[in-house]
Design a binder for this molecule. Structure first.
Ligand SMILES: [Zn+2]
Length: 150
């Protein structure tokens, strides 16, 4: 049985809470046939763990302009968190959104948006490093996810 890593469950739940009514049509976690044909974090690893989620960029469907802004902000904050050195930040492996990717792969572009041709205009792709359930359940301290809680 395939299952999503805890960090993915936690982040998605926080996003659901911060953006009630968000469009989920481009959401995803487990790979479809197309994914299965190539190497992807949406495909279960040897132990059945899926290491990636897609979050539909229509976070505020009734306000496209605000939605667009919020999606970029969310993607940026995930990247900033990954680079922050904060507890649990190493759970993030890479993020893809709006044709660009950010990861800690290369020293020169360490957690900076880079590249071109990565697609992902309708959803934010987030890959996670590990399956640890304790680390995974820790809340992601992103300012944008505190929306509606104040
Ligand atoms: Zn994806």
């Amino acid at each position: 049985m395939a299952r999503l890593v805890a960090a993915g469950v936690t982040l998605r739940r926080q996003i659901d809470k911060a953006f009630p009514g968000r469009d989920k049509r481009s959401d995803g976690w487990i790979g479809d046939r197309a994914h299965q044909a190539r190497k992807s974090d949406h495909n279960p690893d040897a132990n059945g763990w899926v290491h990636a989620i897609d979050i539909d960029a229509d976070l505020i469907p009734w306000n496209p302009r605000a939605s667009k802004k919020a999606a970029q902000e969310l993607a940026n904050q995930i990247v900033e968190y990954a680079a922050s050195g904060k507890l649990g930040c190493n759970r993030i492996k890479y993020v893809v959104y709006n044709d660009r990717i950010a990861s800690g792969t290369y020293a020169k572009t360490w957690w900076q948006w880079r590249g071109k041709g990565y697609g992902h205009f309708h959803h934010i792709h987030i890959s996670f490093t590990d399956v640890n359930p304790v680390r995974g359940r820790r809340r992601f301290p992103l300012p944008i996810l505190r929306r509606g809680k104040t």
